[in-house]
Design a protein. Structure first.
Length: 646
C-alpha cells in the first residue's frame, strides 16, 4: 500500500496546473511512496495534454479522463477515492500548490497520532481567504464540538481512505454547490481522531480570476437541501450526546450565517423576485429543521435575523441589514453592555437580552507617533468604538502593558485624553520595576464608555515607525541595568516592548574637539539614554562623576558629548595624573570599551607652581586620555623649569 494518494480534480486548468504538479512531483517524500491521481472533467483547453506530459515523466502521476462533464468537482474526487491505493488521500485543487515537505510531514504526523482526518496549515496567496483560527497551534486530537473545526469545511485536507470507504463517505453528486461541506462534515463526525498540523505551511490556496471547475448556478432548493443534509447528519449521529449535537448545530448555524450564500443573498441577487425565492427557501429550511429553542444558542445578530426568517419577512430582513450597517445610530450603553433599538424589530416581541450587541463592537485605533522621550516611550494616537461613535466624547482610556509570560498588568493614565485622542508617556522603569519583570510586554488599550469596557491591542494601524528596528533605550531601574526595544509582533504587527538585562560592554570610539568636547561614539547602534545621564570614571579606585552634556542618537550611531573641562577639573581636583581608567555610563553594568588602537585625546594642560626658599618652579602638565584595545588609561607629560625669586 502506498502512503498517500493526492487527488487533483481538473477542469480548464491549463494556466496553473503546472505550478500545482511541480509542487506535487517535487515532494520530499520518496516518489514510490505516493501517487498523484488527476481526474480531468472533460476540459476543452490543453489541461489533459499537460497532465499527460507529467505522466510520461513521473511514474507516480496517473491521469483519469472522464467521458462526460460532471458539472462540479465532487464526482472527480469520488473517482479518485475509488482508485486510491494510498492509506490516506489528500485533495488538492488544480490552481493551488503544496509546500515541499507537506506530504511527508502530514503522513508522519497522522501515523504518530492514528489520525483519521489531518488538517495541514494553509496560506492564502494573492489575497485568498483561508481558515486561520484552527491553525493557531498544532493539536494531535481536536474536539469537533469545542473547537473551530466547523469553520474549516473545505475539502483540501488529508483523510484516511479506509475510514471513508467503511462509512460510505463520498461527495454528493446531486448538488453543484456545498458538496464539500457535506463531505467534510460527514468525515468529521465519523473520525475518531482529527489532527491539526500548524507548524509548517502545507497548503497554498491561490486567488485567481475565472473558474477552474465547472460551476453551475445553484438553486436555493438544492442549496438548503444540502444544509438540511448536514443538520440531519448531526441530529442522527450516535457518536455525539444530545447536548453536544445541539452545540454543534448552533456552531454550524453561526458559521452558515457568517460564511455562506445566506450571508449576503439580498445584496448579491439582483432582483426582488430572486431574493424572495431565496428568502422563502431559507424560511422553509429554518422552520422545518431548526427548532425555535436553537435561536438562543446562536450569536445575537443571527438570532435577530431568525425573527424575520421565521416570519418570511424579506422587507423587515433587508431593513434590519441596513440598520445593522449603521449600528452606532441605534446603540446605547446600559449596565456595562451595549444594546440596540432596531426599528425594524419593533413589530416583534424581542427580549432585551437578544438586543445585546457587545460582540458587534470593535475597538479601532490609529497610532500617530511612537517616540523615545527621556526615560519614557511616548505613544500618541486615537481610539474609538465602532458601535458607540456618537458617545466618544465620554470615553476614558487606560494604557495597559501585559507581561507576556506572567500576565502581570501595569496600568497607566494618559497625559492627554480628549475624546478619541490620547497621548501616553510610559515610564520604562515603572513597566519593568524589578529583575523578575524583565521580559516581553504587550500594549493594550482599555477604553470605557458609561461603564462598558473594551480592550484592544495597539500598534498595527500606525504612521511609519521613525526608528531603526534595533533602536533601544538603555536604563537602570535601581535593581538592574536593562535595554528595552520597541518592536512589532510577527503575526499581528502590534506594539510590544522587549526588556533584556544588560551586562555587556559597549564598544566605542572617541574623538575630541580641542576647544571643548570629548565625543564618545557608539557605532552601529541607535541607543537612547535618560536626559540626565552621567559618565562614571573609575581611576585608581577613585570614582569621578561627570554629567553628560548631550546625547545625539542617529540611525546607525549614537554620540555622547562631554565637556573636556569638566573631566579635567574632576581629575585635577582628585590629583590624578596617571592610571588605568574604567568608564561607565549611568551604572557599573554599562561599561564603555574602546575600539581604537593607540588613540589619545588631550584633556587639559596645567601649570603647577612650587616655591621653596628663594626658588620657585613651574611644572607644565598635559593630561591625556588614551585608548588601546579595550583599555582606557590616563597619562601626563610634565616639563619643569626653575626661576630665582626676586
Amino acid at each position: 500500500m502506498l502512503k498517500i494518494t493526492v487527488a487533483v480534480p481538473c477542469y480548464h486548468a491549463e494556466q496553473y496546473i503546472s505550478r500545482c504538479m511541480d509542487s506535487l512531483v517535487n515532494q520530499s517524500m520518496a516518489d514510490d511512496e505516493y501517487e498523484i491521481i488527476c481526474v480531468d472533467d472533460r476540459s476543452t483547453d490543453r489541461t489533459v495534454e499537460v497532465l499527460h506530459e507529467y505522466q510520461s515523466r513521473y511514474h507516480q502521476v496517473k491521469v483519469i479522463e472522464r467521458e462526460t462533464n460532471s458539472g462540479g468537482p465532487g464526482e472527480p474526487r469520488n473517482q479518485a477515492i475509488e482508485a486510491a491505493k494510498g492509506k490516506y488521500i489528500f485533495f488538492v485543487d488544480s490552481d493551488d500548490y503544496l509546500g515541499t515537505e507537506a506530504l511527508e510531514r502530514l503522513y508522519n504526523f497522522a501515523e504518530e497520532h492514528d489520525s483519521d482526518v489531518i488538517l495541514g496549515k494553509m496560506q492564502g496567496v494573492n489575497g485568498r481567504a483561508v481558515p486561520k483560527a484552527i491553525f493557531k497551534e498544532t493539536n494531535p486530537n481536536v474536539d469537533l464540538v469545542d473547537s473551530v473545526l466547523v469553520y474549516a469545511l473545505g475539502p483540501t485536507k488529508m483523510f484516511r481512505v479506509s475510514m471513508l470507504k467503511e462509512n460510505s463517505i463520498s461527495f454528493p453528486t446531486n448538488i453543484k454547490s456545498t458538496e464539500d461541506q457535506v463531505f467534510v462534515m460527514n468525515a468529521f463526525i465519523h473520525a475518531s481522531v482529527i489532527s491539526v498540523l500548524a507548524d509548517y505551511d502545507c497548503y497554498y490556496a491561490v486567488l485567481h480570476e475565472g473558474d477552474h471547475m465547472t460551476l453551475a448556478p445553484v438553486s436555493p432548493q438544492d442549496y438548503y437541501g444540502a444544509m438540511k443534509v448536514i443538520i440531519d447528519m448531526i441530529k442522527t449521529t450516535t457518536r455525539l450526546s444530545e447536548t453536544r449535537k445541539e452545540k454543534l448545530i448552533a456552531k454550524f448555524l453561526n458559521r452558515h450565517f457568517e460564511f455562506s450564500r445566506t450571508t449576503d443573498f439580498t445584496t448579491v441577487l439582483p432582483t426582488e423576485d430572486e431574493q424572495r425565492e431565496w428568502m422563502n427557501e431559507l424560511h422553509l429550511f429554518v422552520q422545518k429543521n431548526i427548532p425555535s429553542e436553537f435561536d438562543t444558542l446562536v450569536k445575537n445578530h443571527f438570532r435577530l435575523r431568525l425573527y424575520f426568517i421565521r416570519h418570511n419577512d424579506l422587507t423587515g430582513f433587508k431593513q434590519f441589514e441596513r440598520e445593522e450597517e449603521h449600528l452606532h445610530d441605534f446603540a446605547y450603553v446600559e449596565q456595562g453592555n451595549i444594546y440596540a433599538n432596531f426599528p425594524s424589530l419593533s413589530r416583534y416581541e424581542v427580549p432585551k437580552e437578544a438586543l445585546k450587541m457587545n460582540h458587534k463592537n470593535q475597538l479601532t485605533h490609529f497610532v500617530e507617533d511612537i517616540t523615545f522621550d527621556d526615560y519614557h516611550l511616548l505613544v500618541k494616537g486615537s481610539v474609538h468604538h465602532t458601535a458607540l461613535t456618537h458617545q466618544s466624547e465620554r470615553q476614558n482610556i487606560v494604557g495597559v502593558w501585559v507581561n507576556r509570560q506572567t500576565k502581570l498588568e501595569k496600568r497607566f493614565k494618559p497625559v492627554v485624553s480628549e475624546g478619541e485622542q490620547f497621548v501616553f508617556r510610559f515610564p520604562f522603569n515603572e513597566i519593568a520595576e524589578t529583575e523578575v519583570e524583565i521580559g516581553v510586554w504587550d500594549l493594550f488599550i482599555d477604553s470605557y464608555i458609561d461603564g462598558y469596557r473594551r480592550r484592544g491591542r495597539i500598534g498595527r494601524n500606525r504612521q511609519p515607525y521613525q526608528y531603526k528596528s534595533h533602536a533601544r533605550f538603555l536604563g537602570n531601574n535601581g535593581f538592574s541595568t536593562y535595554t528595552v526595544k520597541p518592536y512589532f509582533t510577527k503575526d499581528f504587527d502590534n506594539l510590544s516592548l522587549e526588556f533584556k538585562a544588560h551586562n555587556t560592554a559597549l564598544k566605542v570610539e572617541i574623538s575630541h574637539d580641542p576647544s571643548s568636547y570629548l565625543t564618545i561614539k557608539i557605532p552601529k547602534q541607535q541607543l537612547f539614554f535618560p536626559q540626565k545621564s552621567i559618565l562614571l570614571f573609575k581611576i585608581n579606585n577613585q570614582e569621578l562623576l561627570v554629567p553628560v552634556k548631550d546625547i545625539i542618537t542617529k540611525p546607525n550611531q549614537t554620540e555622547i558629548n562631554i565637556s573636556r573641562h569638566l573631566i579635567a577639573d574632576k581629575i585635577a581636583s582628585a590629583h590624578i595624573f596617571k592610571g588605568d581608567v574604567d568608564i561607565f555610563i549611568n551604572s557599573y553594568q554599562t561599561k564603555l570599551d574602546p575600539i581604537q588602537q593607540d588613540f589619545s585625546a588631550s584633556l587639559c594642560t596645567y601649570l603647577i607652581h612650587r616655591k621653596r626658599w628663594f626658588l620657585k618652579s613651574e611644572r607644565k602638565v598635559d593630561v591625556q586620555l588614551k585608548a588601546n584595545h579595550s583599555t582606557f588609561y590616563i597619562t601626563s607629560r610634565s616639563y619643569r623649569k626653575q626661576v630665582t625669586s626676586k
